[in-house]
Design a protein around this ligand. Structure first.
Ligand code: C2E
Ligand code: CA
Ligand code: CA
Length: 565
């Protein structure tokens, strides 16, 4: 539907019972439009009904045997759908012009015909007027691909719905995995070439199925197009237009579809769902599509519920803080050295909700800071309690979300928290996930430095899962590395994973920081890590995260063993 694309042709219908007249007008229009013909009123009506979605303009001869032009004009005008197609009447009598305009025609052409240029100009004028696009703005098209820009896309998609309210439409989002690789490997010019090839493919699809499309941003395309029965074919159509150019298998296309479901929800919602389907394929290693389905719907309804219930849950103390012990294994027996505070949600309806289900959600929706502060406070209070009950300090580590890093009040909040509870900040550890360091290393290095200046200890969590460079590690002040669980899961004697772990232990040794291995479940894993020189172990091998009452028993046991030593 992009009329600024030089290759795109709108469809016009010429209705005239005189073959010579049809041919004459057809020849003129053919230079700019895709022309279809009808020789009488009935045939015309049939053509209009078949092509109503793509018809941009009708040329109608008033004088015809059988159903004449006026009758047809009346039928068109009484039909809400057909009415949206402009009609230019063809007439040799001046008197007919006024009448036909009154009956809803948009313009008229007198026979014998004017110059071809005049006819084309009036055709264009009628179409533009009806499409509400007579004011053509320079910004409506993306300069690279010629598709709409995202700003205009939704505006026109709404118009499209208005014009074809009953047409079944699919909302489709197309995106690339690792498109940046194309630019890096072959240069931007080549990257642009690929994007243009895809835009061409999209135009071909639109020509057949109707609809509009835009380049949403760098390598993302949005299509609003007639409902398809077979998305394999659709995907193949898109992929085939750049496959010849690009042989790199690492770069994959993903497509998310929200199929026509009675347009029950707003356009914006339908595209948000198509995007959700598309993003569900983010980590896929094949070129595929995903259709928004009940599972995704339930997931987003579930997420919405969790978000909605958050404030209330906090007030009702549905969030519980569990503690998982960490043991130092350097000596002749494992010694309890600290605990990680892990949040858990006891939802009245859903039961226990795992943090993985809500932490990322809360990070996206600005709730995590509130929850983290709650957990941090609970942990500080707990430390104080244990100190009173057992006359010993159990250092606790809390998780700090990447979002917290951007909170300028965070260090002060933590400082007042430890002061209020008479905790030495050295015993209050902060776990920050490695990937937060790669997000914005400058910001985080500053924040970590500030926190350490206040004597907090900082551990790098999930180490090995991100891509922090060795270079950054050496310039980064941290107090411990927590090995990502994924490494531990598969270690066995002399295998690849084990060598990886040994390498990290060497790096840590060089940096002079202790290593914490988490997710240790078996005796075998424990022995391997101990022999490799790992300092601290956390995992089901010792204990699951447990409520404070149960953790107290671990402390009591530790104390009695201390006394034995
Ligand atoms: P994490 O910081 O890497 O925490 C370790 C996770 O591993 C915890 O999952 C823990 O229960 C689990 N785990 C411990 N030992 C084992 C083991 O031997 N085997 C296996 N399979 N798993 C083990 P959990 O409690 O489900 O927490 C998941 C993630 O949620 C945490 O990963 C952390 O990133 C986040 N999280 C938890 N509590 C908080 C919090 O209060 N604030 C923030 N911002 N994030 C939190
Ligand atoms: Ca952690
Ligand atoms: Ca971790």
């Amino acid at each position: 539907m992009n009329k600024n694309d030089p290759e795109f042709r709108q469809t016009v219908l010429v209705i005239d019972d005189e073959p010579v007249n049809r041919q004459m007008l057809g020849m003129i229009l053919d230079t700019k439009y895709h022309v279809i013909y009808a020789g009488d009123g009935n045939e015309a009506l049939e053509q209009i009904r078949i092509h109503k979605e793509i018809l941009s303009l009708i040329f109608l001869d008033l004088v015809m045997p059988g159903m004449n032009g006026y009758e047809l004009l009346q039928i068109i005008n009484n039909d809400a759908e057909l009415k949206k197609i402009p009609v230019i009447v063809l007439t040799s009598e001046q008197s007919a012009e006024v009448k036909s305009l009154q009956m809803g025609a948009s313009d008229f052409l007198s026979k014998p015909y004017d110059l071809p240029e005049v006819i084309l100009a009036r055709a264009k004028h009628s179409i533009d007027l009806y499409e509400g696009m007579n004011i053509i703005k320079a910004t409506e098209n993306d300069a690279l691909t010629g598709l709409y820009t995202r700003e205009f896309f939704f505006e026109y998609a709404h118009q499209y719905d208005y014009r074809y309210p009953d047409k079944a439409m699919d909302a489709i989002v197309i995106n690339f995995n690792r498109f940046h690789l194309i630019n890096e490997l072959y240069g931007r010019i080549f990257g642009d070439k690929i994007l243009k090839a895809i835009a061409d493919g999209i135009r071909t699809i639109l020509k057949a199925s109707g609809g509009i499309a835009c380049r949403y941003d760098a390598d993302a395309f949005y299509l609003y197009t007639g409902h398809q029965d077979n998305y394999d074919v659709l995907l193949e159509q898109v992929v085939s237009c750049f496959r010849k150019l690009l042989k790199t298998p690492e770069i994959r296309l993903r497509m998310g579809i929200y199929p026509d479901i009675y347009k029950a929800t707003s356009l914006e919602n339908r595209f948000a769902r198509a995007l959700q389907a598309c993003n569900s394929l983010r980590n896929q290693y094949t070129t595929t599509y995903s259709v928004y389905d009940m599972d995704m719907h339930e997931k987003s309804v579930y997420s919405a519920r969790l978000l909605e219930d958050f404030e209330h849950a906090l007030e009702e103390k549905q969030f519980q803080v569990l503690y998982q012990p960490k043991y130092n294994i350097r000596g002749n027996r494992p010694k309890l050295c600290s605990a990680e505070a892990l949040v858990s949600w006891h939802h009245p309806e859903f039961g226990r909700v795992r943090p993985d289900a809500f932490i990322p959600l809360f990070e996206e929706n600005g709730l995590i800071q509130k929850l983290d502060r709650y957990v941090w406070r609970e942990a500080a209070l707990q430390m104080k309690k244990w100190k009173q009950n057992y006359q010993m300090t159990v250092p606790i580590s809390v998780n700090v979300s990447r979002v917290d890093i951007y909170d300028p009040d965070m260090p002060d909040y933590l400082l007042s928290l430890v002061q209020e509870n008479e905790i030495d900040p050295h015993d209050y550890l902060l776990e920050i996930t490695e990937s937060a360091y790669t997000d914005n290393s400058q910001q985080i290095v500053q924040v970590v430095k500030d926190l350490r200046k206040d004597h907090f200890r900082v551990e790098m969590d999930d180490f090995g899962s991100g891509y922090s460079s060795l270079n950054m590690l050496t310039s980064l002040p941290i107090d411990a590395l927590k090995l990502d669980m994924a490494f531990i899961r598969n270690i066995s004697l002399d295998n690849k994973e084990m060598r990886m772990v040994e390498l990290i232990l060497e790096i840590a040794d060089y940096l002079n920081v202790p290593v914490v291995a988490e997710g240790v479940e078996s005796e075998e894993q424990y022995e391997l890590l101990k022999n490799a020189g790992c300092d601290i172990i956390q995992g089901y091998y010792f204990s699951k995260p447990v409520p404070p009452e149960d953790f107290s028993q671990l402390i009591a046991k530790e104390r009695s063993q201390d006394n034995d030593d």
